[in-house]
Design a binder for this molecule. Structure first.
Ligand code: F6P
Length: 548
């Protein structure tokens, strides 16, 4: 047994689970008129209701004991102060420094990182002002109309999700494009839409070695040089965001047009760094600053509040309650706002790349579940697709419902109908429909006797399915910043309790290494025999059937 699963706090939760399992949330609500007030709070412009969870006050007290026992408080301080908590890469984890609006020094390897952070922020501000105002012009003297971000994973999903979520704040002249995949379809179909004279490419890659990004960037550069007729024009149309200035220069981008960040910013935590350049250009530096401000507000809350009032800690511990004690394997994120439809995809990388680990910080195999499968899409579409399984399937899937109250420029009754569905779903997941209710409903519709008995079991919903609800007035840069930081810190707390390193991602390396080997197999004539039978067979099938 691991230290975690044999610990007193964990053992107490195992015992407590036996008491909670048979309880129905309907009864918990019936027995406590103050349940909503007790289990809800507001911070950073986010109202959070967690009363529709299978918890009592004692559950939360035991979960907070587990957080305390796991040293969450102490580790929060380590992260914020720049200690190298990413032990497998010997790196600090300092995305919070990128939105440290106090500007108090944060020292890594004897150097205060804040002057560098602020200098790049200034550079981003100036550059985005120039592009937005039209002062930055293409090689024929025209203002930029299209921005193409070429990047993948954390160098794509964050800026893409924020630009899409906050598109109502976007600059009217600018169209944003995001190219990540290497199958060629995205870059080729994007280039077809563009005028090289008015297009700015942002090549975003922390390492500047990522195969997909560099391949797409080369295709874009060849397309551009062919149209512009001279490589000297690249300087006005290609900028880079990276930690690797050598590789940027080798690619042919002037390092004066490079926006730097540092190894202590994880790819999936990087939208606050220069990786956010497309956001600053599209939304303007003030809105970008507001996004950082929202995250900063959540940072202060997370660092300062006791666990009982600490939103990221509460969310994290609820996730642990379901994942480790109820055996939930997945977690659904359901935004009821079409602009946020990429938010679940963004969270998927944030959570799954961080906490998808089987080895603890001491190198031991864990004997408990770690990060869940995180998934989702715009909620209202989900209702007509996968919600059936969530209501009546055999698995328990905790859900985060997210909604915004104001939807500017949307005529009624859209908003009312949307919100009616939003509230109806969380109610339905909680209460279900019991035997008496189903019987009464069938009676009313004239179905009686044997027909009624046969239908009964199919129409009963057990309910008692847990949901969190997050509501905000309107989706603003500040609130989105707070929301993203909320999830970042939730993941941190869970990683701390599970005693894993949430900041490395060695698991993605093997595929990258094998892809390099197989790339050469694919271009070498003759039979490939160096892999297992399946992989050889598939490679050879592909080679036989590829038109040359
Ligand atoms: O392969 C996974 C990964 O390393 C992610 O962690 C990262 O966000 C993405 O690839 C892109 O990496 P880079 O920014 O270095 O191109």
């Amino acid at each position: 047994m691991s230290n975690l699963t044999s610990s007193p706090a964990w053992q107490a939760l195992i015992e407590h689970y036996k008491e909670i399992k048979p309880l129905h949330m309907r009864d918990l609500f019936l027995n406590d008129p103050h349940r909503f007030e007790k289990f809800s709070l507001e911070t950073g412009g986010l109202f959070f209701d967690y009363s529709k969870n299978r918890i009592t006050e004692q559950t939360m007290a035991l979960l907070f004991d587990l957080a305390r026992q796991s040293g969450v408080k102490e580790r929060i301080e380590k992260m914020f102060s720049g200690e190298k908590i990413n032990i497998t890469e010997n790196r600090a984890v300092l995305h919070t420094a990128l939105r440290n609006l106090d500007h108090n020094p944060i020292v890594v390897d004897g150097e205060d990182v804040m002057p560098k952070v602020n200098a790049v922020k200034e550079q981003i501000g100036h550059f985005s002002d120039k592009v937005r105002s039209g002062e930055w012009q293409g090689y024929t003297g025209k203002p930029i109309t299209d921005i193409v971000n070429i990047g993948i994973g954390g160098s794509d999903l964050g800026p893409l999700m924020v630009c899409q979520s906050l598109k109502e704040y976007g600059h009217a002249r600018l169209s944003m494009h995001f190219v990540s995949t290497v199958d060629g379809d995205q870059i080729v179909s994007t280039l077809k839409l563009l005028n090289p004279e008015t297009t700015l490419f942002i090549i975003a890659s922390k390492t500047f070695t990522t195969q997909e990004t560099i391949t797409n960037a080369r295709t874009a550069r060849a397309w551009f040089v062919k149209a512009a007729g001279d490589e000297k024009h690249i300087a006005k149309h290609f900028v880079a965001v990276s930690t690797n200035s050598k590789a940027v220069a080798e690619f042919g981008i002037d390092t004066n047009n490079m926006f730097e960040f540092w190894d202590w910013v994880g790819g999936r935590y990087s939208l606050w760094s220069a990786i956010g350049l497309p956001i600053a250009i599209y939304l303007g530096k003030h809105n970008y600053q507001d996004l950082l401000h929202g995250a900063y507000t959540m940072d202060q809350h997370f660092r300062g509040k006791p666990f009982e009032q600490n939103l990221p800690v509460i969310m994290a511990m609820l996730g642990i309650w379901y994942g480790n004690f109820f055996g939930a394997n997945t977690h659904l994120v359901s935004p009821y706002n079409q602009c946020m439809s990429r938010f679940p995809a963004y969270l998927q990388q944030l959570d799954m790349e961080s906490n998808g680990k089987t080895v603890d910080l001491d190198g031991n195999q864990v004997d408990y579940a770690t990060g869940p499968v995180v998934w989702g899409d715009a909620g209202i579409n989900g209702q007509h697709a996968y919600y059936q399984m969530l209501h009546q399937g055999t698995q328990i899937v905790p859900i985060d419902f997210i909604a915004t109250i104001e939807h500017p420029d949307i005529p009624e009754p859209h908003s009312t109908i949307l919100m009616a569905n939003f509230f109806a779903q969380t109610e339905a997941f909680m209460r279900g429909k019991n035997e008496a209710e189903v019987r009464a409903e069938l009676e009313k519709s004239g179905i009686t006797g044997q027909a009624q008995d046969e239908l009964m079991p199919h129409k009963i919903f057990k309910g008692n399915r847990p949901t969190n609800t997050i509501i905000m007035q309107r989706l603003t840069p500040r609130r989105l910043g707070a929301l993203i930081a909320l999830y970042e810190h939730k993941i941190f707390v869970q990683g701390t309790v599970w005693n894993i390193n949430s900041y490395d991602q060695w698991g993605v390396e093997l595929g990258k290494q094998l892809a390099k080997l197989i790339e050469s197999d694919l271009t070498t004539p003759g039979l490939t025999t160096s892999h297992d039978a399946s992989t050889n067979g598939l490679i050879n099938y592909f080679k036989r059937n590829t038109p040359r």
